[in-house]
Design a protein around this ligand. Structure first.
Ligand code: PRP
Length: 217
């Protein structure tokens, strides 16, 4: 019998990766090497289970998975939608729950109802484009920002923003509100399309164990 090959996981750096490792630990998958916070290593191996893990910037996770550099990835639904890579989205892990919304001052509500040509600032230009052009059929100008998007309407760069809302406190503290909800978000597991065929059993077993854990916990 040929030797089992390594399955490689790409995890979005930060809270998402920590939470994913906690979940994996609950189904008996650990990676002790990753627990050393001082380590500058980029890739970690569990020899016994033939698994490898690496951390990357969230938006790069779907790229690694599409090209097969990672078999499996864990990343937010926002990133999956924005990157639009050819990968299978196989499981909602149920954590990191938040919403993608159109937000702005209350006075902007009307601009959304009358299909006016407005300015939309976002870290997620593809999601914003899809929502306004394909779902609302409203022509808008989309301005890409890289963070602190709430500044857009405050400093007069844009009329509204498309951004993630979790607790809503950033909006509230800046005199903004949710005007329309685009979709719910959470952490998802994605799989390379070829890996899914070649390693069906191992990947399916992993998905079903995680699914059971998410449903019962
Ligand atoms: C995210 C998002 C909002 C905020 C929402 O920003 O873009 O700004 O969190 O959270 P809340 O509803 O709980 O206030 P993040 O902290 O990731 O930083 P960024 O603004 O630089 O993108």
């Amino acid at each position: 019998m040929s030797e089992e090959r390594y399955l490689t996981f790409a995890l979005g750096k930060g809270r998402l990766a920590n939470k994913t490792l906690e979940l994996l630990e609950q189904i008996g998958i650990t990676c002790e090497e990753m627990k050393d916070k001082n380590s500058r290593r980029l890739i970690f191996v569990n020899e016994e289970l033939k698994l490898k893990f690496f951390l990357s910037k969230g938006p790069d996770v779907p790229t690694y998975v599409e090209y097969g550099a990672a078999d499996i990835g864990v990343v937010g639904k926002d990133t999956i939608m924005e990157e639009n890579r050819r990968v299978y989205e196989v499981l909602d892990l149920g954590f990191g729950k938040c919403r993608m919304c159109v937000c702005g001052p209350a006075s902007a509500r009307e601009l959304l109802q009358h299909h006016e040509r407005i300015r939309v600032a976002s870290k997620y230009p593809e999601i914003a484009k899809d929502y306004f052009y394909n779902k609302k059929h409203q022509t808008v100008d989309i301005i890409k920002l890289n963070g602190s998007v709430e500044l857009g309407p405050i400093v007069g760069l844009s009329d509204v923003i498309v951004d993630i809302v979790e607790t809503g406190s950033t909006l509230k503290e800046n005199g903004l509100e949710v005007l329309e909800e685009i979709c719910p978000l959470s952490a998802r597991m994605i799989v390379n399309q070829v890996s899914m065929q070649m390693e069906t059993q191992r990947i399916r077993s992993l998905i079903s164990r995680l699914k059971e854990l998410c449903e019962n916990g």
